[in-house]
Every structure is written in C-alpha cells, then in structure tokens.
Design a protein around this ligand. Structure first.
Ligand code: MET
Ligand SMILES: [Zn+2]
Length: 325
C-alpha cells in the first residue's frame, strides 16, 4: 500500500503520532559493523562489495530496518548522518559531486527497498558541527554567523530534494542558533519537501551553544508567514532520556501550534572518562511515561536516537498506541 503524503496524513489525522526508528548508527555497531571512522555509520556503503547480494553488511542493514519495522516503526531514516559531501570527499575515494550524488541515490534507493512503499523514508543530514564532532558543544568557532551552511549542505540537500523516495528531510542534532537561523532562511526552492530540525539540547534545557528555547521560539515567530511552508516539525534528538520530556514541554509551551518531534538517547549515561555507557540510574523513567508526556507536549513523531534498539521502539510504539486511542 502506498503511503499518503506526510503532510496530508498529519492534517487528516490530528491525533496521529508517527513512530520513528531507533539510532541506526549505534544499532549497526551493536550488530557488528565497525563504525569508528570519520563518516561513521555510512562507511559500509562505501565499499563496492556492499552492493553485491552476498554482502554480510548489506544483510545486517536490511535486518536492522526489518527489526525496527517489526517493532512498530512507521518512519525510518537513511544512514547518512555523517555523509555530507565534505565528509565523504575528505575521507573516502569518492571525490566528485557526481560520484557523491550516485552514492546517495544508491543508499536512498536501497533503504526504500528495505522498508517498502508504505513506510516513510527520512533523509538524515547531520548538523554542520557533526563533521568536526561539535554537535554536543555547539562551539562553531568565533564567527558562527559567517559559516556558509548552505554551501556545506547543498549536495546532500539537492539529492534528497529530487528523490521521490525521500518523504522528509531531517536536520539532526543542530546545536547552534546561527545554523538554525540559516536553515530557516531557506525558501522552498532550497528545501522543496517537508523537513524538520532536531535541536541538540543539554540537560540544562539550553541549545548546546547556550541559546534559550524562548529565543528560538521568538525567532520562529518573527518569521511569521515568511517561513518555509515545508518546515514540518521542530524538536529535539540525541538528548538525554531523563530530561527530554521537560525540554519538549518547554518548547510546546512557547510554540503551542508547532508539531513537535522527539527521539532521545537510551536512558544509559555515557561515561566519557572510561568511554563506556552506564545503565540509567533513574528507574522511574520508562518509555511508557516519557511517551505519555511527549504526546501531551504536542509530539507527532517519536522514536529513539543513540543506543536505542528495536526493543526500545517496541515500547515506544506500545505507548503511542495506548496514549493516542
Ligand atoms: C549523533 S545522532 C545520530 C542520529 C542518526 N539518525 C543515527 O542514529 O544514526
Ligand atoms: Zn544520537
């Protein structure tokens, strides 16, 4: 069954909450793919051997999608978070724009083949900071306003814009206000299909660069009807599980009419000194509880980010069913 256009689905079903998949990068790692390299989880697609039917890595990616779908995911992301033209051309043998474009098209078409026609495919784009591992600090240097964000995103955006397989473009883990402003300054010639912004927010409830949610909301309101009509969701991703529902509620209070999205990390806490993940100390926080709060706070797209697995998505989808009845 073919899917309805995303915007139509949301408009015709005001209570519909879409279940997203979990963290593809960490899930592939959990399944045995070595992702520690500058283009992270996109690495398996670079070697020509991936495209042969017998490839083990190809099987792993397919199974990951199939397991997220069995868990209840209705929208799944391409594994292209760290696959900007700059990252790919600086770190692999693919150096030309046309070679890059072919790579993305291959990944997108393969991902569509894995998920089928009835699910939504989201084109993942990591923030500018992701290519220098700054998505959790927001430190974009002394003149973040002078960075040419469009130049950086253009090749990936153009591919996703023209692809009939991509339903929604995701700017993920955006930590800096100047980047948010740049993305929202682009009209529908630059961003010609539904898109969202996932903010990278700390436990203090601030964008990683220190900007308050109120400043972001004011900026969005100031755009008035000049805002790109394809701006479909605002929200947070790769944020801590325990604080995510409070942050989302604060955005909802400021922008009550904006459809929101949220996909936090698993409840584990990263110990950067020992480079290990520790279990969630706060047992009172369950998916059932946070999903209930997300829905109360206007979330229309809910899933998991780093270290979340199909088991997490099963719990998310059960809670979504329960609280959207
Ligand atoms: C660092 S956040 C990563 C988000 C991306 N969608 C992934 O899980 O692969
Ligand atoms: Zn993440």
């Amino acid at each position: 069954m073919a899917r309805l256009p995303l915007k139509q689905l949301l408009q015709e079903n005001p209570k519909k909450v879409l279940v997203l998949d979990g963290g593809q990068g960490t899930e592939l790692e959990r399944r045995g793919i070595e992702v520690a390299n500058p283009i992270w989880s996109t690495i398996p697609f670079i070697d020509e051997s991936f495209w042969s039917e017998s490839s083990v890595e190809r099987k792993i990616v397919k199974e990951m999608y199939s397991d997220f779908i069995k868990a209840g995911a209705e929208a799944l992301m391409t594994v292209t978070y760290q696959a900007s033209f700059k990252s790919v051309s600086d770190n692999t043998s693919i150096k030309t724009l046309s070679g890059y474009d072919s790579l993305l098209t291959r990944i997108v078409d393969f991902s569509r083949g894995c998920i089928g026609e009835d699910k939504y495919l989201i084109g993942s784009i990591g923030s500018w900071g992701a290519h220098i591992c700054r998505e959790f600090t927001g430190d974009y240097g002394p003149n973040p306003e002078t960075i040419d964000y469009y130049e950086y995103f253009k090749p990936q955006l153009e591919n996703f814009n023209k692809s009939s397989q991509i339903d929604l473009i995701a700017f993920e883990t955006v930590p800096n206000i100047h980047e948010v402003k740049a993305i929202l300054s682009w009209d529908n010639t630059v961003l010609s299909k539904p898109f969202y912004i996932g903010l990278s927010v700390g436990d203090n409830g601030l964008l990683r660069d220190g900007t308050t949610m109120a400043e972001i909301a004011e900026f969005i309101k100031s755009l008035g009807n000049k805002i790109n009509p394809n701006f479909t969701f605002l929200g947070i991703n790769c944020v801590s599980f325990n604080t995510s529902s409070n942050v989302l509620a604060s955005i909802h209070e400021l922008l009550p009419d904006m459809p929101l999205l949220v996909y936090p990390n698993s409840g584990e806490v990263y110990d950067s000194e020992h480079k290990i993940w520790l279990p969630n100390g706060d047992k009172s926080n369950t998916w059932d509880l946070v999903v209930k709060r997300y829905i109360e706070a206007g979330a229309r797209l809910i899933g998991g980010c780093c270290r979340t697995t199909p088991q997490d998505i099963t719990e998310v989808s059960e809670a979504v069913k329960k609280y959207t009845k």
